[in-house]
Write a protein that binds this ligand. Structure first.
Ligand SMILES: C[S@@+](CC[C@H](N)C(=O)[O-])C[C@H]1O[C@@H](n2cnc3c(N)ncnc32)[C@H](O)[C@@H]1O
Length: 347
């Protein structure tokens, strides 16, 4: 069955309307038909997007310097994609991956050194890493209108998906009312990402969680000028804004509201340990020293590594838009990656 048919059936079974969050969940994560069920063809130069670990080893080797502050803690990576980061970081390493196809790809690439978990351990002592995972969590779409808060959902008529609004209810309405925006305004609310963070923190007995992704603190996320939200689709390195175009066959993402993640962590009794741009975090971790280890006299070796640094650090590329959030429990030492330019106060 195609993702599109699966979604149409779901809309039909639910009286003609589903929330956008459900649409996104089915389009991305439905076993067998969702985008991430399709294996790793999405990753890399031939795919739909390139993530930091996919660029090469510079990101992972620099991140490893932060991890070295806690040499005894094992690593648990969530949503490991093609397994590139796990390959770079030489530590006791676990992966929790929701896509069966990607899990098989990771097992093939990484062999026995890495253990796959089927679920989050009841109590975890260690470091959790999630790079570009939070942006793949289903988001609810909200319209703030003069006559109230509406939830934007999906209907199907005349062989096409259509937007259809209903008054927002329950937790969504509550969250939407906390957000101050000029009317009219449309954006996303990541209820699933909040719940995910809360669950991670509840299971974290001791250690830290590093979330790396594109996004903003709340004040920038719901900025008056961002009045149509951040939802984006990615297909073969082209970005567009129509999530109905190719359900199951392309990536759908939203930027991450880091204030919401920090709030969910605090509500679960965890501490916010740092928040910085990816560029600042990597510089603090010593990316220039990692670069210095490369043979700068051999242009053939050096040029690709310098190109990775440019992509990771440049404000026009990933440097500013991508952020690193660290939350934890029982960690008192200041983290290397936030030694300068920590922006936790902006959350
Ligand atoms: C955009 S990819 C990023 C992959 C990799 N971290 C990287 O940076 O290249 C998103 C990954 O998260 C996985 N994923 C999505 N939701 C997840 C969840 N709730 N728990 C664990 N993995 C998840 C997907 O299957 C995929 O492997």
């Amino acid at each position: 069955m195609l993702a599109r048919d699966r979604i149409v059936r779901e809309i039909h079974d639910h009286g003609g309307w589903i929330s956008f969050a459900r649409y996104m969940e089915l389009a991305l994560h439905s076993p067998g038909t969702g985008y991430y069920a399709g294996g790793s063809r999405q990753f890399g130069a031939e795919g739909d997007f390139v993530t930091a670990p996919e660029l090469g080893t510079l990101f992972g080797r620099t991140l490893a310097r932060q991890l070295e502050q806690f040499p005894d803690l094992p690593i648990l990576e969530l949503g490991a994609g093609s397994g590139a980061l796990a390959e770079t970081i030489d530590r006791e390493y676990f992966i929790l991956e929701t896509s069966a196809a990607l899990r098989a790809r990771q097992e093939e690439r990484l062999g026995k050194r890495v253990k796959h978990l089927d679920r989050l351990p009841g109590r975890w002592r260690g470091i959790i890493i999630a790079n570009e995972v939070a942006d793949a969590m289903p988001v609810h779409l909200v319209g703030w209108r003069a006559d109230g808060v509406m939830e934007r959902g999906v209907a199907f008529r005349n062989e096409k998906f259509h937007w259809e609004e209903r008054p927002a209810t329950g937790g969504l309405r509550e969250e939407a009312r906390k957000i101050r925006v000029p009317l009219p305004y449309e954006s996303e609310i990541g209820l699933a990402a909040r719940a995910w963070m809360r669950t991670l923190c509840e299971h974290l007995e001791h250690g830290l969680i590093l979330v790396v992704d594109y996004g903003f603190p709340r004040g920038e996320y719901y900025h008056p000028q961002r009045a149509t939200g951040t939802l984006m689709c990615h297909h073969r390195h082209t970005a567009h804004a129509d999530p109905f175009a190719r359900p199951g066959d392309e990536d759908i993402t939203a930027h991450v509201d880091f204030s919401a993640l920090a709030g969910a962590a605090r509500a679960a009794g965890a501490d916010v340990l740092g928040f910085a741009t990816q560029a600042q975090f990597l510089v603090n971790c010593g990316i220039t020293e990692v670069l210095g280890e490369a043979n700068a006299e051999n242009a053939l070796v050096y040029a690709p590594i310098a190109a990775q640094a440019q992509k990771l650090l440049s404000p026009a590329e990933m440097g500013e838009l991508f952020k690193v959030l660290a939350v934890g429990r029982g960690i008192t030492a200041p983290l290397l990656g936030f030694s300068r330019g920590d922006r936790s106060h902006a959350l």
